[in-house]
Ligand binder design. Sequence first.
Ligand code: C2O
Ligand code: CU
Ligand code: CU
Length: 477
Amino acid sequence: KVYNNYFFDEPVFDLHDGGYVPLEKVDMPDHPLNIPAALKPDKVEGNDVYYTITAQEGETQILPGAKTKTWGYNASLLGQTIVLKQGVHYHVHLVNKLPEVTTFHWHGLNVTGPIVDGGPHAPVYPGGSRDIDFTLDQPAQTDWIHPHPCPNTARQVWNGLAAAVVVTDDEEAKLPFPRNYGVDDIPIILQDRSYHDNQLDYKKDYDIDGTLGKYALVNGTINGVFDVTTQRVRLRILNGSDRREWRLHFDDDHGFTQIASDGGTLPEPVRLTKLMLTCAERAEVILDFGDKKPGDVVTLMSDDMPIMKFKIGQYVPDDVKLPEHLTTIDAPEVTPGLPVTRTVMSGMDDQVRLDGKLFDMQRIDRRQKIGDTVLWDVVNTNDMDGGMIHPFHMHGCQFLVISRNGKEPYPNEHGWKDTVGVNAGETVRIAVQFTKFGVYMYHCHILEHEDTGMMAQIEAYDPNHEHKYHLLSMDEM
Ligand code: C2O
Ligand code: CU
Ligand code: CU
């Protein structure tokens, strides 16, 4: 079966609202697609691996003419890709060379909050550094790192801070997926930006319902071209935009196969011709160019706008077939006797609220016992002007999508997720389990909604280990 739709409710696509900025074609020549380098460890000692991640300022040639002032991790823009493996103990030295406070948030990593996971309670001041360490204990997946300082996340991401995190493990390594980084396994970081005399101007482009840009960038490249040298290519697609939803398809309706969602491998491959990602969602897909010959060009589109091209070169034919069963999702049983947690995303503009409130860094909004599996009903009450989709994200866990308004989740939602798009007027039921005690954020991942305060925090507690948290206030940021 091949799915030919975006699954989401069309009346709430972001292009229907008043502040929508459509993508424009950029009149400039094609450019080789930027493939971020893989970050090299500082040292490896047995099972201990050391990395330094530096948030820095730089300049990047994005448009013809003057370079653009941009921010990045170990790079002038976006960042070097961080490759991690399950079971390894990582020591990470986080360095801030920016002129303002930032944090280093591991979106999707199951590491403890509120410090190691790099939420707003883990500031790194300008000129300063912080050292964290963790043992990675989660399956192969595509995650990312981005800033999370309250309330400047959106602007810092807009300036360029975002890098792919590739998690590997031994089980996924046995599956017949392309995994030669940069050759047949590439990140596709989707963002949109506008420029003013070749420079970013966040204030000018700011929209309280989420800032949009005119130009589509893939890995920081406008009109990027990737030279295909293998029959199959694996794309690790990340919606790294402040607000834009991407509705992806190919100009020739070329099909592709989704093999993973936010939290890793899907139980079965899902064949698609269209894929929509809301902010912060990831999808790994395999493209099979077996029907193409050298010289052919396939264009990736979002709505009716071309965003990048795949130029087919010479490749060795590859007849690998994906198995119809990829992995088994060990769904934990819902803990009996517990009520369903209900959390409500409401409003638009400055009226956005989570459970009727704005974020307070010193307020713990909920508690959940570690090891319990609890159903959460995530509600989007928003029906003003047709409403909008709020992508709901939780730190500290990967969850399973149980239902949408009581119906089956979308066909590509049968794996672990940490971010789920919730349509206006919809209730998405998810099963949530925390395994590590800590304080974790949950929020709308439209970054301007998050910065306005559509965010809350939950304490995942261990009844045998009471823990006191020192929660910073916004003034300490
Ligand atoms: Cu990617 Cu709290 O976020
Ligand atoms: Cu996160
Ligand atoms: Cu929102």
